[in-house]
Design a protein around this ligand. Structure first.
Ligand code: ASC
Length: 149
């Protein structure tokens, strides 16, 4: 597929109402978990640099942050009605009863990881650390309010 066609297909898919993208609720759950799994893997690689566990590599940080920013747009289509749970890590019912607040928390995270991607291109470890901290705080805020511990 050309890049343009691919962009059009992705644009169409993400514009569809959430439930219409999935045959079954379990498919939506699988999808959102997969998106978060990929996001967390790449976010974690930036965290390892920000926390000094691996040497700083500006190009790798920028590449990982770009993936995180792209992935951050995906999981929310998977939050279809009837897919809350009580087990660890699953979304609490207030995702749906407090949807405006949930959407705002999601947008905050997306804004922070977009900033992280932009900052990461500057190839500056101190700036990366600050932006990583803000993005992690946005992830955590949503987890604290909407995810089963
Ligand atoms: C991560 C990761 C998250 C966030 C969150 C921040 O590395 O996988 O979900 O940071 O733990 O508190």
């Amino acid at each position: 597929m050309t890049r343009l066609l691919m962009a059009a297909v992705i644009g169409l898919a993400t514009a569809l109402p959430a439930a219409a993208q999935f045959q079954k609720p379990e498919d939506a759950v699988k999808y959102r978990k997969a998106a978060y799994t990929v996001m967390a893997a790449h976010f974690g690689r930036i965290g390892a640099m920000a926390q000094g566990r691996v040497p700083f590599d500006g190009a790798a940080a920028a590449a990982n942050a770009a993936i995180v920013a792209q992935m951050s747009t995906l999981p929310f289509a998977g939050f279809v009605e009837g897919t809350s749970g009580t087990e660890k890590g699953s979304p609490k019912g207030n995702v749906w009863t407090e949807r405006v607040k949930f959407d705002a928390a999601a947008r905050k995270m997306q804004d922070e990881v977009a900033s992280l991607a932009s900052v990461a291109r500057a190839n500056n470890l101190d700036q990366l650390k600050t932006a990583f901290g803000s993005a992690a705080a946005a992830c955590k805020a949503c987890h604290d309010d909407f995810r089963n511990p």
